[in-house]
Design a protein around this ligand. Structure first.
Ligand SMILES: [Zn+2]
Length: 474
């Protein structure tokens, strides 16, 4: 029956024809395909970078004779998770060091920006290596960088070494002060250069602005035009807290998204990081323009930005809008674990609506996989386990103490009861990047000592003064 369902859903390929495959991965398969088919005792066959068969293990093993076989029926196989907003540099080398009791904006202007301003190319590569390694270890295979990288080629090198799928941005703002600011022409030139230099199948780039009230109208219009011309996306930060709303009302007389819509900036090429503080008109503009919103709920909680009062992201979801999840930065959300974000988003949706029926873990997992991929324009390649798609696969080991007995619904147990810690193996484009819980090619003792030393140097150069809130015995 399962085989029949699989064939109907277009995922099983029948037992009569063989397929060439390098590897067959066994386990219960959450396909996230259009039917959201779950295949207990299933298997996924991989050839090169692509998935070539999905279905009941008995069928796939018959088809893919000669392929190496890994895993067991007790494992859970899911599509690689998608992180739509992640700062790869700046925060990582001072991770979880910015106090969580600062006034709004202070963490950015007194901590993050001074650190970014003195980041060396080596710091950028090291920082990105650490964040991407943690991402992969937690099953996040696709990362979209938030637009604060100074040395993108070094960040691209880090992703290529680890085998992570990455879309990179670079600094884009035309304010007077701050690291890597420039005129509109300079900023657009830098963005154009990035698009031409980093455009591979695994590591690519997009147009990125810092956003907020830190971009002129001229820059916003030019960046939007560049993204449209180059058939890529534009991302920027907007309205995570009420500050942007107040600032736009003062400068333009209207709220941020109303102003940006009037400028012609919004559209399906537009990826808005946050968009927490919206009114009804702005929600409607997001829906009608087809702009994507990336929700990073841990950051809003850590920074006290009001997500539990203004959970418009549920309204966007209910309106059929384009939505993805993000982990943000290591001092705003800190942990780079998509499953934690999916669980939190799900809980906030239920709680803010005072209605547990409005949103569930299945929808949360959709945002982390196929719906997130659709919102970010990559669902033709990733986001689900289907024949012809890229083999971005995550295997959760269910032999650990958190799993037995297996729940009746693996999605409930995965999202509510677990997190990235049970990830054992990860493939990106068919390449094994995490094996037995270890990031392949990462010398952890060596990079640990390198990170400690780079962090000390960075703190000294930037002039920030990290302190412990409680007395420390020295
Ligand atoms: Zn951000």
């Amino acid at each position: 029956m399962v085989g029949e369902q699989a064939r109907q859903a277009g995922v099983g390929t029948g037992v009569d024809t063989g397929v060439d495959a390098d590897l067959v991965i066994l386990g219960e398969v959450l396909t996230m395909d259009p039917e959201r088919l779950i295949i207990p005792d299933g298997a996924v066959a991989v050839l090169g970078e692509k998935i070539v068969a999905v279905g009941p293990a008995s069928e796939v093993l018959t088809q893919a004779k000669g392929a190496a076989v890994t895993g067991s029926r007790d494992d859970l196989v899911v599509p690689g998770y998608i992180n739509g907003h992640q700062h790869l540099t700046g925060d990582r080398l001072i991770q979880s060091s910015i106090p969580d009791s600062l006034a709004p904006g202070e963490s950015i202007f007194s901590w993050v920006l001074p650190v970014h301003a003195v980041h060396s190319p080596d710091d950028d590569e090291l920082s990105a290596t650490l964040t991407l390694a943690e991402s992969l270890r937690n099953g996040v295979t696709s990362t979209f960088e938030a637009g604060t990288v100074a040395h993108p080629l070094r960040v691209a090198a880090a992703a290529e070494k680890l085998g992570a799928r990455l879309t990179i941005g670079t600094w884009g703002w035309d304010v007077k002060d701050g690291p890597y600011t420039g005129t509109v022409d300079e900023v657009i030139g830098r963005q154009r250069d990035l698009l031409s230099r980093i455009n591979g199948p695994l590591v690519s780039s997009w147009v990125s602005l810092v956003g907020h009230d830190l971009m002129s109208d001229e820059l916003a219009v030019a960046a939007s035009g560049l993204a449209r011309d180059q058939d890529t996306k534009l991302t920027f930060h907007i309205s995570p807290s009420p500050g942007d709303v107040e600032s736009y009302l003062t400068r333009t007389g209207v709220r941020p998204l109303v102003h940006l819509e009037r400028l012609g900036v919004l559209g399906r090429h537009c990826v808005l990081a946050h968009a927490v503080h919206l009114d009804d008109q702005e929600v409607e503009l997001i829906l009608t323009s087809g702009s994507t919103v990336v929700s990073c709920p841990w950051a809003y909680l850590r920074l006290g930005q009001g997500i539990s009062r203004e959970f418009r992201h549920l309204q966007i979801w209910q309106g059929g809008g384009r939505l993805a999840l993000g982990c943000d930065s290591e001092n705003a959300g800190d942990s780079v674990d998509g499953l934690r974000v999916a669980a939190l988003f799900t809980g906030l949706a239920k709680d803010c609506a005072l209605d547990p029926t409005v949103f569930g873990t299945h929808e949360g997992l959709e945002l982390l996989t196929i719906k997130g991929a659709e919102a970010l324009g990559v669902s033709d390649r990733v986001g689900s386990i289907e024949v012809g798609k890229q083999a971005d696969l995550v295997v959760h080991d269910r032999s650990g103490v958190s799993w037995p007995p297996h729940g009746l619904d693996p999605v409930l147990q995965l999202v509510w009861g677990n997190d990235g810690r049970s990830v054992r193996d990860v493939l990106v484009a068919g390449r094994t990047v995490v094996h037995n819980g270890v990031v392949v090619g990462l010398d952890l003792p060596s990079i640990t000592s390198e990170a400690a030393s780079a962090s000390r140097d960075l703190i000294a150069r930037s002039g920030i003064r990290p302190t412990s809130q409680w007395p420390k015995l020295s």
